[in-house]
Design a protein around this ligand. Structure first.
Ligand code: FAD
Length: 484
């Protein structure tokens, strides 16, 4: 029997690859490297990170940038030696618009952490009625809520700034991140810095003003060397999983694509994994870097309580449709990063990114690329989940809002089934119960977007944290096993 501990990671998205990377890095000097296997159901690595090149266009199927203020993605890129490849978004035309009554309005300047801190632009904005603007100002005098109870995003923001500001401003910005329903999402689990502002300063406007003045800092400041709020490698986000795969291969990690896991059960010592092709693997430790409902299904027989909690984390399906045109087909100036669509507009599209303005180098000369996001919590039934249907829907959105009726020269749709976890109220309490259940299963860890952050930096952080937990547990167990 092999003396090196065998550690299996299930899921080769960014969280699983980051976990494998951390296991390699955690090796102590002189220590034999662990035997690490990563099992990925799909034929490609990177999960939701999927960059494709077609006819000179760089097309992102899933995410297109990561937030520089959360340090973990930038840190990893530096460690992998690809930080020089990172670029910011085009600083010259960085407006973003919000759709209201079918018309695009620029997001008023001076938002800090989504909260207005400059009142001139807010007062001039056509996004809010005068009554809604006056209601926002009431935030200065409304008392802060004493209790720290879980509250919905809509409930919290409406309580402070009014329902008008929530629906016209905060909901569309937040929807672009979570594809969620603010009447269900937990403010504490999604945007915890907002209740923190209320607690610390008595209100959101006061708190955001204070943060803006730099008197206090909430969240991590941008990392030194980062040039933009959002970063991405020059050739697309796919460069990050590619660099990870190269590193892991060079360090002897066994990477098995097309290997779906069906069941995980504890054995003594460790775990046994049953693969869809009938093979079974044993491992000292397992990291499940799969969506929470998949992890739940894998554990359904052996740990039903934990499985039940995991399965109860809801996920929403979404899609992106990229449409390329010759620039001479488009009359709209596309003078910004694109627009977001409030739920109250009643559309199934969520947002539209003007990719060729955001990243001018990603299209062939004389062309433009637009990307429409489709699908949000509660509206999935209204969407045709097939490529022709999605393309037709995206073209309808572009015709309605930007007046684009031309035939695209490139069309590409990506369907992301049950992709966006919803941190609804009760999510944080569920995570505590999951933690309690996991404590009964040493050598098993969870990683990925289902738990404490859906952004790429959060997923990298969760993968690396899971690896550190496993490393500490295996190290401790080996010490115990050696003790007579
Ligand atoms: C359209 C879209 C746009 C986004 N935009 C951004 C953005 O701009 N910036 C940002 O930071 N974040 C963005 N996100 C969120 C971010 O991309 C994801 O949260 C993140 O990539 C998830 O990584 P993960 O490793 O947790 O999961 P995944 O990428 O889902 O990886 C899980 C892996 O597990 C595999 N798997 C599943 N079941 C099994 C099984 N039984 N056996 C073996 N393998 C299995 C899957 O095939 C998959 O590869 C976006 C997400 C989407 C869908």
């Amino acid at each position: 029997m092999e003396s090196r501990p065998h550690i299996v990671i299930v899921g080769g998205g960014i969280a699983g690859l980051a976990a494998a990377y951390q296991l390699v890095q955690s090796r102590l000097p002189g220590e034999a490297p662990p035997h690490i296997t990563v099992l990925e159901r799909a034929p490609h690595w990177g999960g939701k990170i999927l960059t494709e090149r077609q006819a000179g266009f760089v097309v992102e199927g899933g995410p297109d940038t990561f937030l520089a203020a959360k340090p973990w993605a930038l840190e990893l890129c530096r460690e992998l030696g690809i930080a020089e490849r990172l670029q910011g978004t085009n600083p010259k035309q960085n407006a973003t618009y919000i759709l209201k009554d079918g018309r695009l309005h620029p997001i008023p300047g001076g938002l800090t952490m989504m909260i207005p801190t400059e009142f001139g632009p807010m007062l001039r904005s056509g996004l809010l009625s005068w009554a809604a603007k006056a209601r926002m100002a009431a935030d200065f005098v409304l008392p802060a809520r004493a209790a720290d109870a879980d509250e919905t995003m809509a409930g919290f923001v409406s309580r402070r700034l009014g329902r008008g500001a929530y629906e016209a401003l905060i909901e569309p910005l937040m929807s672009g991140i979570y594809a969620g329903d603010g009447d269900r999402l937990s403010i504490q689990a999604t945007l915890p810095y907002l209740p923190d502002l209320e607690r610390a300063h008595g209100g959101l406007l006061r708190g955001a003003l204070a943060a803006r003045r730099g008197r206090e800092k909430y969240g991590s400041p941008p990392q030194p060397g980062s040039r933009s709020l959002f970063l991405t490698p020059a050739g697309g986000l796919g460069e990050i999983p590619a660099a990870l795969v190269e590193f892991l291969t060079a360090h002897g990690v066994e990477l098995r694509a097309g290997a779906a896991v069906e069941r995980v059960r504890p054995i003594s010592p460790g775990y046994e994994l049953a693969l869809a092709d009938g093979e079974s693997l044993s491992a000292r430790a397992v990291i499940l870097a799969t969506p929470a409902y998949v992890s739940g299904a894998l554990l359904a027989e052996s740990a039903p309580e934990l499985a039940g909690e995991l399965a109860a984390i809801p996920y929403v399906s979404t899609a992106t449709v990229s449409l390329g045109y010759r620039a001479d087909q488009i009359r709209h100036p596309l003078d910004g990063y694109g627009y977001v669509i409030p739920r109250t507009e009643g559309r199934v599209a969520l947002a539209c990114t003007w990719t060729s303005t955001k990243f001018p180098h990603r299209v062939p000369e004389g062309h433009v690329l637009l990307r429409v996001f489709i699908g949000r919590a509660g509206q999935e039934g209204a969407i045709p989940w097939n490529e022709p249907g999605l393309i037709a829907l995206a073209r309808q959105e572009l015709a309605q809002t930007l007046g684009i009726a031309a035939e695209p020269v490139l069309t590409r749709a990506y369907i992301w089934e049950r992709a966006m976890p919803q941190y609804n109220t009760g999510h944080l309490a569920r995570l505590e119960r999951i933690q309690t259940e996991l404590a009964q299963l040493p050598g098993l860890a969870l990683a990925g977007n289902g738990y404490r952050g859906i952004g790429i930096p959060d997923c990298i952080h969760s993968g690396r944290a899971a690896a550190r937990t496993i490393r500490a547990q295996i190290g401790a167990r080996e010490e115990t096993e050696k003790t007579p």
